[in-house]
Design a protein around this ligand. Structure first.
Ligand code: ZN
Length: 155
């Protein structure tokens, strides 16, 4: 058996420290190849029915929606992957994978090669209710194609 430690973040590859973009961020400790798996997103699970009963406000950014209609709240018992910041030109992506128990999990992987010391980013592509304002979730990533919000583009 391996270490009993939480293995959901590859701490040989990445570390959490303060970010110039927002709060804490996840940084590469060494050069990482494109397509490398960084870890899984953990936290409290909700069904759609349960999730609609919670008032999320700005903690919405910790909520991950899965294709089976369930959600993971990384703020509740989540691991360091919740510190991945948003950027409109990300260098990582989230994808779904099957856990050993057959349930769906969310994992993160790099989408290009990363230099040691680079901060890792996801495009959150938040979905919000029609009556909510995407400007309540501003983006300050400074990327050339920055859309000014962490909310995803309407299809
Ligand atoms: Zn941006």
């Amino acid at each position: 058996m391996g270490r009993a430690k939480d293995s959901s973040l590859k701490d040989e590859l990445v570390e959490v420290r303060s970010s110039s973009v927002h709060g804490k961020g996840v940084f590469a400790k060494l050069a990482i190849r494109s397509g490398a798996v960084l870890g899984a997103y953990t936290g409290r699970r909700y069904t759609l029915d349960e999730v609609t009963k919670v008032s999320w406000n700005n903690s919405l950014t910790y909520l991950f929606e899965l294709s089976d209609g369930t959600f993971i709240d990384g703020q509740a018992g989540g691991n360091p992957t919740r510190h991945l910041n948003h950027a409109c030109e990300p260098n990582c992506e989230a994808y779904e994978a099957r856990a050993a128990d057959g349930g769906l999990t969310v994992k993160f992987r790099t989408t290009r090669s990363i230099r040691a010391g680079e901060e890792l980013f996801l495009d959150y592509c938040l979905s919000i209710d029609e009556q909510d304002d995407s400007q309540d979730y501003p983006c300050h990533c400074g990327g050339r194609s920055c859309r000014g919000t962490m909310v995803g583009q309407a299809e």
